[in-house]
Unconditional design. Structure first.
Length: 290
């Protein structure tokens, strides 16, 4: 964010050319505590060194903003507080008239950020409290959530994992308010790739592929209430085709349309054993006694 006070007393000056030499000589000799009023309506009261704001002081912007803190060779540098005309406030470290280092920003809507800054934007470790009660703790880059971080949502949900460009990205764990959980890959804020979903409402667990937040591709689902297990392909969140392992011990090949079974075929013991990864010895008629 560009602060108008970084150019005060320089750009926008209305001093006539005839006045400039006198003003420059006077400013060059200015040392110690003084008060200056600038042609653009801003004013400064504090320490000077060879005509530059240097040391502690207060800068008052014409539009109503104010800075109280340290200056170095004309720049806001060190520790200080900036009170914005729009009812926002930053208090912390500065460098070259930019927020830089550790600081706290209070926003007009009630949100707040506490953490690291670099070149006037949030960068590094920081804690953001949002106006709805949500809270993010983690890394920032270019004023956006980026890297590892945790988000506690106002509705009781929670996310811990990777972020990129202000969205969940990479591996993460999402816990929903109703008790459902997803752990796996995210892309642009939604589940995408390999992951595991526990659906509390459905009382099922699914491990497999996701696309656009839905079960899509190859995956296995286990249903706790029935004890059945489905292993097969999925499309847009619905089962397409695969093998159903029933709680009774039977195994069926199944096909679905709109997640409703339209084809069912029981498998032989040999096919079941093959799916289970074991071999069944071939049955031979008993030999007759000699």
């Amino acid at each position: 964010i560009w602060l108008s006070c970084t150019r005060v007393g320089r750009a926008g000056s209305r001093v006539s050319r005839a006045q400039l030499p006198h003003r420059r000589r006077r400013m060059a000799l200015l040392n110690g505590h003084s008060r200056e009023e600038y042609p653009n309506g801003d004013s400064y009261e504090g320490q000077f060194k060879r005509g530059a704001r240097h040391g502690s002081g207060s800068y008052f912007c014409a539009e109503g903003s104010r800075y109280d803190g340290d200056f170095h060779e004309g720049h806001m540098q060190g520790k200080g507080a900036f009170f914005y005309a729009r009812n926002e406030q930053y208090e912390g470290e500065w460098h070259a008239s930019q927020r830089h280092g550790y600081g706290t920003f209070s926003y007009e809507d009630g949100a707040s950020y506490e953490g690291r800054w670099e070149a006037d934007v949030r960068r590094g470790q920081g804690l953001m409290r949002y106006k709805d009660g949500s809270m993010y703790t983690g890394l920032w880059l270019k004023d956006r959530r980026h890297g590892q971080g945790q988000m506690a949502f106002a509705d009781g949900g929670h996310y811990s994992g990777g972020w990129a460009d202000d969205a969940r990205h990479g591996h993460g764990l999402l816990k929903l308010p109703n008790g459902s959980t997803y752990e796996g890959e995210f892309s642009e804020d939604i589940p995408c790739g390999q992951g595991t979903l526990f659906d509390r409402d459905e009382q099922s667990s699914y491990t497999g592929q996701f696309a656009a937040g839905l079960r899509h591709g190859n995956g296995t689902a286990e249903y706790r209430q029935s004890g059945d297990k489905f292993d097969g392909t999925w499309k847009n969140g619905a089962r397409l085709a695969g093998v159903m392992f029933l709680a009774s011990g039977e195994v069926e090949k199944v096909g679905y349309l709109n997640d409703i079974i339209v084809k069912r075929e029981k498998l032989s013991k040999k096919e079941q054993a093959r799916l289970a990864g074991r071999e069944i010895p071939e049955e031979h008629p008993p030999k007759e006694a000699p």
